[in-house]
Design a protein around this ligand. Structure first.
Ligand code: PMP
Length: 528
C-alpha cells in the first residue's frame, strides 16, 4: 500500500519505519468530507472514515466545496498572496468578523486586536511574547516611578528639607552614616541593588498539567509532556505546571513568585520607604478542553477560580482555542461555554478551512501594546490566501443562523451517545468518555496486565493507542489516533458532516477492539 516502497526515505525515515510496523504507513490520495481515500495494492482507492480530522483542523471536512471554490477563485483571479506591508482588507474584515462573534459569545464589546501567524505554536509564541512585552513595559513604568521618587527624596534630604525616617535604615539593614555629606547614598544604592535583583527574576508562565501548547522553542516549554519538553529546557520560558482542579496551589505559586520593589518618598518632612508588590508571573495558559492531554474539559468551577486568580494577581490569561475553537464544541470559543474571559485568545487549525495554514492571536484592547506590531512579524502570516479562506470558514460557521454550531452539538451528542453505549457494553475495557461537541475522547482502562504480549509491550513502550489505531485502520478502514500526551485515550474529532452511518461503522469497529482487548474471543489485533 506504500506507493513508493523500496525508495530511499529521507523525510523523517524513523517515523515512517515505525508507522510501517503498526500498519499506519498508508498513502492517502484524495480527501472529501469525512473520507480519506488510500491507495490499495491494486491501485484502486479504498475509503477510510477520518475521525482524526487533521488533528482537529477539519471542522468542515476535507476539501469542503465552498472552501475549495473560494480557493479556486483566488487562484483564478490572480489574488496577490504575498504583499507584505500593504493594506490587507481581507485580514481587516476577518478580524472584525472574529470580534463580532466573540462579542456575541462574551456579551461584551471590548475590541480584540489581532496578530497573525502560520501555525498554532507560532501564535502561542506571539501571545507569550506580547505578554512579556506588556510585563516588562509595566515593570519599567513602576521602576521608573520609584526611581524618580527616590531621586526627589534624596534631593530633599541634601537640601535639608527632609530627614530620613530612622526605621528606613533598619529595614534595609544599611548602617546609618555618621557626619554630613550625602547620607542617603548608601540607602539609594541598596534600594537599587535590591530592585535590580527583583527585576532580573525571569518571567514565569503558568500552564495546566496535561496541557499542550505547541512544540516550538517557547511553546514546548509550556507543554506538560516531558518527552517533548525536557530536552529543550535550557531554551526558554520557565513554566510552572498547575494541577487541574487544585486552586489552592495557585495561592502558593503567587506567594513564591512574589517580591517587592522599593523606593523612597517624602511625606510631611520625613523620608520613608515605599514598597510595591511585584511578581514574576507573565501569563497563564489554559485550554478549555485539553486536546492532546486526553480530551479533558476544564470545569466551570476551576475556570472561575483561574479567572479570579488572574484578576487578583494581574496575570493575563491566554486561552488556547487552537483545537477546541472554531465551532467544534458549538461555539467559536469553547471557553465562552465556561464563562471564561481571556486576555488573549489563540485560534488556528480549522481557521484555515483545511486548505490554508492560518493562525491568529487576539489581545484584548485594555492589554494591547501597539509597539508589538513593530517587533513581531512573519513573511507568510496575514497572507492573501489564508485570510479570505478563513473569512469563508467564518461565513460557513455563521450561515443559517449558526446552523454549523448547532449541528456540531447535535452530531457530537449522537457520537457521544454511541461511545457511551460501547462503554456500557465494555465497562471493564473502556474507562471513560469525555469531551463536548465534536471533540470527544475514549479512555481505555490500563491494559498493562493484558494476556496478549503485543498489547503489554505497546503499553510499556507508550504506543498502546497507536496499536489500536493501526487495527482500526487495517481491519475497519477507520482513521483515528490517541491524543499526543495521553496515549490510552482515542480522539474523535470528525467534521460536522458526520453521518449516522459513519457513527455505526465506528461502533462496529470499537466493539471489535473492546472484544479483542477483553481477551475472550481468541481474536488478535491486526498488525502488518
Ligand atoms: N495548542 C493546542 C491546544 C493544540 O492542540 C495544538 C496542536 N495539536 C497546538 C497548540 C499547536 O498547534 P500547531 O501544531 O499548529 O503548531
Amino acid at each position: 500500500m506504500n506507493s513508493e516502497s523500496g525508495a530511499t526515505e529521507l523525510a523523517e525515515p524513523n517515523l515512517r519505519a515505525w508507522l510501517t510496523t503498526i500498519g499506519l504507513d498508508v498513502e492517502y490520495v484524495r480527501g472529501a468530507g469525512n473520507t480519506l481515500f488510500m491507495r490499495g495494492d491494486d491501485g484502486a482507492e479504498i475509503p477510510v472514515i477520518d475521525y482524526a480530522g487533521g488533528y482537529g483542523a477539519l471542522f468542515f471536512g476535507h476539501n469542503h466545496p465552498v472552501i475549495t471554490a473560494r480557493a479556486r477563485e483566488l487562484l483564478d483571479t490572480g489574488a496577490p498572496v504575498l504583499a507584505q506591508f500593504s493594506a490587507h482588507p481581507q485580514a481587516s474584515r476577518l478580524v472584525l468578523e472574529l470580534n463580532r462573534i466573540i462579542h456575541r459569545e462574551l456579551g461584551d464589546t471590548e475590541p480584540y486586536y489581532a496578530t497573525f501567524a502560520n501555525s498554532g505554536a507560532e501564535a502561542i509564541e506571539a501571545a507569550v511574547k506580547h505578554a512579556e512585552l506588556d510585563r516588562v513595559s509595566r515593570l519599567s513604568a513602576v521602576t521608573g516611578e520609584l526611581e524618580a521618587a527616590t531621586a526627589r527624596a534624596r534631593s530633599a534630604v541634601l537640601a535639608g528639607e527632609a530627614a530620613v525616617d530612622p526605621g528606613v535604615w533598619q529595614r534595609l539593614g544599611v548602617p546609618r552614616p555618621a557626619g554630613d555629606g550625602d547620607a542617603v547614598a548608601d540607602l539609594v544604592a541598596e534600594i537599587a541593588r535590591r530592585n535590580a535583583a527583583q527585576t532580573a527574576r525571569p518571567p514565569v508562565f503558568l500552564a495546566l498539567e496535561g496541557g499542550f501548547h505547541g512544540k516550538l522553542g517557547t511553546s514546548v516549554q509550556l507543554t506538560h509532556n516531558e518527552g517533548y519538553r525536557a530536552p529543550f529546557q535550557a531554551l526558554a520560558a520557565g513554566a510552572r505546571f498547575v494541577p487541574r482542579e487544585r486552586p489552592e496551589v495557585l495561592k502558593d505559586i503567587l506567594a513564591e513568585e512574589s517580591g517587592t520593589l522599593l523606593g523612597l518618598a517624602v511625606t510631611g518632612g520625613g523620608v520613608r520607604l515605599v514598597e510595591r508588590d511585584h511578581h514574576t508571573l507573565c501569563a497563564f495558559l489554559v485550554e478549555p478542553i485539553q486536546g492532546e492531554g486526553g480530551i479533558r474539559p476544564l470545569s466551570e468551577e476551576f475556570a472561575r477560580q483561574i479567572q479570579e486568580f488572574s484578576a487578583a494577581a494581574g496575570c493575563p490569561i491566554v486561552v488556547d482555542e487552537i483545537q477546541s475553537g472554531m465551532g467544534r464544541v458549538g461555539r467559536l470559543l469553547a471557553s465562552s461555554h465556561l464563562g471564561l474571559r481571556a486576555d488573549y485568545y489563540v485560534l488556528a487549525k480549522s481557521l484555515g478551512g483545511g486548505l490554508a495554514k492560518a493562525a491568529v492571536m487576539l489581545v484584548r484592547g485594555s492589554r494591547y501594546r501597539q509597539e508589538f506590531e513593530l517587533v513581531h512579524s512573519s513573511t507568510f502570516a496575514k497572507d492573501g490566501f489564508s485570510c479570505p479562506i478563513a473569512l469563508t470558514v467564518l461565513e460557513l460557521l455563521e450561515a443559517d443562523g449558526g446552523r454549523a454550531y448547532t449541528l456540531a452539538l447535535e452530531r457530537g451528542a449522537a457520537l457521544a451517545g454511541m461511545l457511551e453505549s460501547v462503554r456500557a457494553a465494555f465497562p471493564d475495557v473502556v474507562k471513560e468518555i469525555r469531551g463536548r461537541g465534536l471533540m470527544l475522547g475514549l479512555e481505555f482502562h490500563d491494559q498493562s496486565g493484558s494476556a496478549d504480549p503485543l498489547v503489554r509491550d505497546a503499553v510499556a513502550s507508550g504506543t498502546f493507542g497507536y496499536l489500536i489505531a493501526g487495527h482500526l485502520l487495517q481491519a475497519h478502514r477507520i482513521r483515528t489516533f490517541p491524543t499526543a500526551s495521553a496515549v490510552s485515550t482515542l480522539r474523535f474529532e470528525p467534521s460536522v458532516l458526520l453521518t449516522d452511518a459513519e457513527i455505526d461503522r465506528l461502533e462496529e469497529a470499537l466493539t471489535d477492539v473492546c472484544a479483542i482487548l477483553r481477551g475472550r474471543t481468541g481474536k488478535r489485533l491486526a498488525i502488518p
